[in-house]
Design a protein around this ligand. Structure first.
Ligand code: ADP
Ligand code: ZN
Ligand code: ZN
Length: 680
């Protein structure tokens, strides 16, 4: 009987692979291969694992060696390259391989029954991933776009490129035409059909682009991968990619770990976007993994943005990445909007709106044009308070306030999801006159409706789009001209191509100017440029308004606003990089953050102190353990320890040794390590 020893990884925090025996169920069963899934019992559980090695013998005594129950032969094995990507991610982020490789697969593949898998495979054999095919006209690229598309499609080997193009410069068109060239090329050649991976930051941006791509590439199978798909769908799309049927794969960050055997180009749209960073579990940067993947495969990768991350900008300055530039808007006669500051000390707002902004809104209403008001704070008011005794609506479980949600008649904590009825009177002194303080999108909406009863006002934020499909419906109604004034949080800031929008009002951006987070100004700048970029994307109509962005601020002199007005990312980025160099901050230093949480803060701090002293370290700066700025969330106290090193390999080597020591420490604190942290 055929038999061998399999090294198998499982989705557990245990840092190793496990040996299992395999015996052919009958003579006809094929030998197992690396990258195949297997079903087995682990402890008392039955689980699905992945084969990462095969050998003739094991160090485990024969009587202790268990047998696998079944090898999933129906699924072609994951490739060596894919496993290498997972291994790199596991090593880099200091996680066991199994915790990277298995959660990266659709749930249905890891299910204990293969019913869904078999059904999915059958469906794909019959029909592939469905696509509708109404071809559309393809825009004639302008010379700068053409040059960029040719450069991308013509690149050979690992070629990281920043496509640096102002908002509305037609970056999407460049990606798609470069993709078309590569697909056409492989069609004619003897190679396998090429695959192209396009990553986008947010789910709510994908439908528009997805429709666009399907129309552009009739007959080409397009797969989408994001967390909004139902499990069955997700598996089918994943399989289409894995089997090479899908040629274009459009997805959010999780798609970077998809199995793509014929990958020839990676595109990362809006590469600066924070949502490329996973903020729990394996805290990976999809952008960084994508660059590694392109390097491993020796293929081009395009990072597109109007406001690149400083890391990427730094790489273009050092020459590591090539820079392609699109300086103008693609639509003829569409120009970048004029940006102005409104000094809120001089023009005192009522209902959150200065008189200048109100008259600008009026003008748009009269001309039948759309306006967008950007306020990055959902809810009605961030807190309610009692004037009589000073009571404020603190969350009892977090270091934060309960936010007033008026339409829902609730107080909600945005950190632990605690919900309470709105108290009728002050819980401490009985005063019935509780006041909302500050303004969120709901309150702005209320004020606007009162001010412009005839206007069609729509609010888009996480609360208004909870139901599946409602975000898409909301965006559609803006595109269809059914909305006059759109109110939105960062959900509306990115990517959308609203053709009839000529005014953007930015409310209350100042708080980020004084954040303790050194990345706050980089983010604010990108956010303002992005939201400003929603205005004036079509040519100005005759008798229509010139597109305009109005920023309401108490600090009109702040240099960040001056840079936004000048649409001058270059200078702003260069000065930020200088600051970072002087202050020895990333990208001039490499960081890792050890986090600990416990019922009591002391337990967390104690663990971090032990962690700081459990190892010799040279060339590493170890900061003092401190409570996190929001210390308590859901009745758990949190603390952190930052470490820094001027060399990435130096940091990596240290972390590996350190992790081994950390695992020995006995503590009641829960802890985790983040490499290249972004929220410190
Ligand atoms: P970006 O992603 O750079 O902000 P988009 O890709 O959304 O810009 O393009 C902005 C608009 O310009 C879209 O409406 C797109 O259809 C249009 N567009 C792109 N390229 C061209 C072109 N060569 N000629 C005319 N319109 C174009
Ligand atoms: Zn009171
Ligand atoms: Zn809370």
């Amino acid at each position: 009987m055929k038999q061998s020893i399999l090294q198998i990884v499982l989705d557990t925090p245990l840092d190793s692979s496990f040996d299992y025996r395999w015996q052919a169920s009958d003579e006809s069963e094929a030998m197992p291969q690396i990258g195949q899934l297997v079903q087995l019992s682990f402890g008392r559980r039955e689980v699905v694992g992945m084969i990462v090695g095969i050998s003739a013998e094991s160090d485990v005594p024969a009587e202790k060696l268990k047998s696998v129950q079944a090898v999933r032969h129906q699924l072609p094995p994951l490739s060596k390259q894919w496993l290498a990507l997972c291994r790199f991610a596991a090593d880099y982020y200091q996680r066991p391989l199994g915790e990277v490789a298995l959660p990266g697969l659709p749930k249905n593949l890891r299910a204990l029954t293969t019913v869904a898998l078999d059904r999915g495979l059958k469906k794909l054999q019959q029909a592939g991933v469905p696509h509708d095919a109404t071809p559309i006209d393809v825009a004639q690229l302008n010379p700068a776009q053409q040059q960029a598309a040719d450069a991308i499609a013509g690149a050979t080997g690992f070629a990281p490129t920043l496509l640096y193009g102002v908002t509305g410069s037609g970056k999407t068109e460049v990606y798609l035409q470069a993709a078309a060239q590569i697909l056409a090329h492989s069609e004619n050649g003897e190679d396998n059909p090429s695959q192209i991976l396009i990553l986008v930051p947010e789910i709510n941006l994908t439908p528009q682009l997805e429709g666009n791509i399907r129309a552009r590439f009739p007959g080409v199978t397009v797969a989408t991968l994001h967390s909004g798909l139902a499990e069955g769908e997700r598996m089918r799309h994943w399989l289409a990619a894995h089997l090479g049927q899908a040629r274009i794969i459009l997805g959010t960050r999780l798609a970077v770990l998809a199995s793509l055997p014929h990958l020839k180009l990676i595109v990362i749209d809006e590469e600066h976007d924070p949502s490329y960073k996973q903020q729990e579990g394996l805290r990976y940067s999809a952008r960084d993994l994508a660059v590694w993947r392109a390097h491993q495969l020796g293929i081009p990768i395009v990072l597109g943005s109007a406001t690149p991350s400083l890391e990427t900008w730094h790489h273009t300055q050092s020459g590591r990445y090539k820079k392609l530039e699109l300086r103008e808007r693609a639509v003829r006669d569409a120009v970048l909007p004029q940006v102005r500051r409104i000094d809120m000390e001089r023009d005192k707002p009522s209902e959150g709106l200065t008189s200048i902004l109100v008259s600008a809104l009026k003008q748009r209403l009269e001309r039948g044009e759309q306006s967008l008001l950007f306020l990055n704070r959902r809810g009605y008011a961030p807190v309610i308070a009692c004037d009589a005794c000073g009571w404020v609506s603190n969350c009892t479980r977090c270091t934060s306030f309960m936010v007033l949600h008026k339409p829902e008649h609730r107080l909600r904590c945005h950190h632990c999801s605690l919900e309470l009825r709105i108290p009728k009177s002050c819980p401490t002194c009985g005063n019935v006159d509780l006041q909302p303080l500050g303004r969120g999108t709901q309150r702005l909406e209320e004020g606007l409706r009162a001010m412009f009863p005839e206007a069609r006002v729509l609010r888009i934020d996480a609360d208004s789009t909870r139901r599946k499909g409602s975000a898409q419906a909301a965006f559609d109604s803006v595109h269809n001209g059914e909305v006059d004034i759109l109110i939105g949080t960062q959900m509306v800031a990115k990517g959308h191509d609203f053709k009839n929008l000529t005014l953007v009002g930015i409310l209350n951006p100042d708080t980020a100017l004084f954040s303790h987070d050194y990345r706050a100004s980089e983010r604010l700048f990108a956010q303002l440029m992005q939201v400003a970029g929603r205005a004036g994307r079509a040519a100005q109509k005759e008798g229509g308004s010139a597109s305009e962005v109005l920023i309401q601020t108490r600090y009109p002199q702040h240099p960040l606003y001056a840079a936004v007005i000048a649409h001058d990312y270059d200078r702003f980025a260069t000065s930020l990089l200088e600051e970072r160099a002087q202050a020895c901050l990333p990208p001039y230093i490499y960081q890792a953050l050890l986090r600990a949480e416990a019922k009591e803060l002391e337990t967390a701090i104690e663990f971090l102190q032990q962690a700081a002293h459990c190892i010799e370290h040279t060339g590493i700066t170890m900061h003092d353990p401190i409570p996190m700025s929001m210390t308590r969330v859901a009745n758990v106290d949190r603390a952190q320890l930052l470490i820094e090193c001027p060399s990435r390999p130096g940091l990596q080597a240290f972390l590996t040794d350190w992790m081994a020591q950390l695992r020995q420490i006995k503590t009641r604190a829960k802890w985790s390590l983040e490499v290249d942290p972004v929220d410190i």
